[in-house]
Design a protein around this ligand. Structure first.
Ligand code: NI
Length: 373
């Protein structure tokens, strides 16, 4: 079996048996097994799911990171290696990322004697639910590491294309919940109550004015109300309505500004409608910030390896890799996977031809990063 065939084979096996965040036990077992068979050293870290391997020797350590979890999505592709776990799918291509970093580990193992230090390869659980990176750090996976690199496949780019950017890349992710409390009433006698549904409707509309009328038009911001729930019959005005949604930004100042405006609008509307609106914020991952030096380095190595490189657009999604970059420098990059359907789509079908080139790229990137001061 050729190297490319091996990577495709591994990716297909991972794809058939996807597991949700923090339930990646079989995936962990498989990855451990493949790494051990290839002679890689596994670090004895305390991790229920996830694996960390190492190759080379010396003081200096460079890390590569793959994520291993899947999504609660029912696959609708007709590929022969489609998910055998109903309702669970590698719809974000983390099977691809895992196979790429397995390949990089094998290539680094072959040239172990020539490495100017150690390369540590992280197979991280729970990227989708966020928190996996934090677990890896707590288990010691980043100890002694001077720089870390990772990838996400990009369905909008063809195979052979590479993109990254310096500074903010992926977004700050915030989730909010709004609880509107009015006064219940008979639907035919609304003047006796305070209509929580009418108020919630005004709230949804008013929140959309923040991005369009408060934030500088040149800044990136998305605020989406994604759930609204209230009432349980046709002839009663309910007392409570709950709303939920998400805010995506890149700049801390914009994030603070929008949160402040949401709170102000909620307080103002509550007063105007003689009701109460409780706002709760849940902080997700912060923006992923690529240090310029390492983003430039990652792109230069990609150029040398024959990728067609370009400046990446800002991404409105969140990425748990941001947590590593808050601790140590490094770079996160996009590799073209050319899927007609996008990430998190039940028909997502990335082109496996990206595997070999990406594995060779990351092996080379780590090798060269060891030579940087
Ligand atoms: Ni992903």
């Amino acid at each position: 079996m050729s190297f490319a065939e091996q990577l495709i084979d591994w990716r297909r096996e991972l794809h058939q048996y996807p597991e949700l965040s923090l339930q990646e036990f079989e995936t962990t077992r498989r990855v451990r097994h493949w790494l051990e068979n290839a002679g890689l050293r596994l670090l004895p870290l305390s991790l229920p799911t996830g694996v960390v391997a190492e190759v080379g020797r010396g003081e200096k350590i460079i890390a590569l990171r793959a994520d291993i979890d899947a999504l609660p999505i029912h696959e609708v592709t007709d590929v022969p290696f489609a998910s055998r776990h109903p309702g669970v799918m590698h719809a974000c291509g983390h099977d691809i990322h895992t196979s790429v970093m397995l390949g990089a580990a094998l290539l680094l193992k072959e040239k172990e004697q020539h490495l100017a230090g150690r390369v540590r390869i992280l197979f991280q659980p729970a990227e989708e639910s966020f928190g996996g990176a934090q677990r890896m750090i707590q288990a010691g996976a980043l100890d002694g590491v001077s720089a870390i690199f990772g990838m996400h496949n990009e369905p909008g780019l063809p195979v052979g294309a590479f993109a990254t950017r310096s500074g903010a890349f992926y977004a700050n992710v915030d989730r909010f919940a709004l609880k509107v409390t009015g006064k219940g009433a008979h639907a035919a006698r609304p003047h006796e109550g305070s209509d929580a549904i009418l108020l919630a409707s005004q709230l949804v509309v008013a929140l959309q004015s923040i991005a369009s009328r408060n934030v500088n038009t040149l800044e990136s911001v998305v605020l989406s109300v994604t759930r609204i729930q209230g009432g349980n019959t046709w002839n009663v005005l309910p007392e409570h309505v709950e709303l939920e949604g998400t805010l995506r930004t890149h700049q801390p100042a914009v994030r603070d500004q929008v949160k402040r405006r949401v709170n102000e609008i909620a307080a103002g509307l509550a007063q105007a409608f003689a009701a109460d609106i409780a706002v709760t914020w849940y902080e997700g991952p912060s923006a992923l910030i690529n240090p310029a030096r390492w983003a430039t380095f990652a792109r230069e190595v990609a150029d040398e390896q024959g990728y067609r490189t370009e400046e990446a657009d800002l991404h409105m999604g969140g990425e748990d890799f941001a947590v590593y970059l808050q601790q140590i420098p490094g770079a996160f990059v996009s590799i073209g996977s050319d899927s007609q359907y996008g990430l998190h789509h039940p028909a997502f079908d990335p082109d496996e031809n990206l595997l070999e080139e990406a594995a060779r790229y990351f092996a080379r990137l780590a090798e060269k990063a060891l030579l940087q001061s």
